[in-house]
Write a protein that binds this ligand. Structure first.
Ligand SMILES: O=C(O)CCC(=O)C(=O)O
Ligand SMILES: [Fe+2]
Length: 302
């Protein structure tokens, strides 16, 4: 099934990083953002890290802190979410299965000394759907502090993606995604991974930004994280990623229209529901309506 023919033209398709992502299940974009910029993002998030309680439960990790809604925690996060090289990779991996991608989550993670390695997992397992055929998600880890083997850098199992998700045991040993602020660790939703153990004496901080198919239920409820009064300040591209765009046909509409109409306030008067169809559906519909009109004309002429 190819929903979005434009996906094949993504420039990432021809890049070495695009090839690595699709062939090995992950790639690391070195220097995807200026390190000083990423450190400023870290500074913006600092107070929130301190104030946030430790997570509960073995998956999140009890020596780990997490919080979401990063687009309101630092205005700089928008630039990471909209990073062109990253978006190209996300569109490359997901474009065959949807017409537009959406933001699945933005989450800050702090892994404290003494944290155990995280349960190795595939992020796509949050959706109970067909495996091995469709990619649902692309994950991007932006280190805020250096990622080392000692402090809990993400572990990634190369070549564990795609149909390999149907196989119980990964064929290869994991790699440790050592990286610096400014690097972007990109991996597929079908790639086995998990945070490493933190054996160091300092916390490991990072941001995850993930993108998923535009018709899926995202992990973080974007409309609640960024209600219209907040999202109206976003650029159109960012607002669309945060759910203020329909996924044709008509998914995510408000009163039959694009939810971005709410940026002007809730409509005081009733509004018309307007078709938002894919071109193939529009063409089928146009044929059908033409046939109906013809039949009606013939009936009248008889
Ligand atoms: O923090 C990390 O390195 C990985 C976190 C992760 O995979 C997750 O929370 O789903
Ligand atoms: Fe994960």
């Amino acid at each position: 099934m190819m929903i979005n023919p434009l996906a094949n033209h993504a420039s990432a398709h021809r890049s070495a990083e695009g090839q690595a992502l699709m062939e090995r299940g992950y790639t690391i974009l070195r220097g995807a953002a200026p390190p000083a910029f990423v450190r400023r993002v870290g500074a913006d998030l600092d107070a929130r890290f301190t104030a946030t309680p430790f997570c509960e439960g073995g998956f999140y990790g009890e020596r780990t802190k997490r919080f979401g809604r990063l687009l309101i925690r630092s205005p700089l996060v928008a630039d990471l979410v909209l990073n062109r090289a990253v978006l190209d990779l996300a569109e490359l991996a997901l474009g065959n299965w949807c017409e537009r991608i959406q933001l699945n989550l933005s989450q800050a993670i702090e892994i404290h000394p003494g944290a155990l390695p995280q349960f190795p997992h595939r992020d796509q397992d949050m959706w109970q759907s067909a495996l091995g055929e469709v990619e649902y998600l692309v994950n991007v880890m932006w280190p805020l502090t250096p990622f080392t083997a000692d402090n809990g850098a993400t572990m990634i199992w190369p070549n564990s993606h795609g149909v390999e998700a149907l196989v119980e045991e990964p064929k290869e040993a994991p790699i440790v995604a050592e990286a610096e602020p400014g690097d972007a660790i990109v991996f597929l939703g079908s790639t086995l991974h998990g945070a490493g153990a933190n054996h160091s004496s300092a916390a490991r901080r990072s941001i995850i930004v993930s993108y998923c198919l535009g018709w899926l239920k995202p992990y973080e409820n974007q409309w609640l994280a960024y209600p219209p009064d907040i999202a109206k300040a976003f650029s159109p591209e960012l607002a669309a990623l945060a759910g203020y765009a329909q996924h044709r046909p008509n998914l995510g509409n408000f009163e039959g229209q694009c939810p971005s109409i709410l940026f002007a306030g809730y409509p005081a008067e009733p509004v018309a529901a307007i078709d938002a169809l894919r071109p193939d559906q529009s063409a089928l519909l146009a044929d059908h309506i033409a046939w109906q009109r013809c039949a009606l004309d013939e009936e009248r002429a008889a």
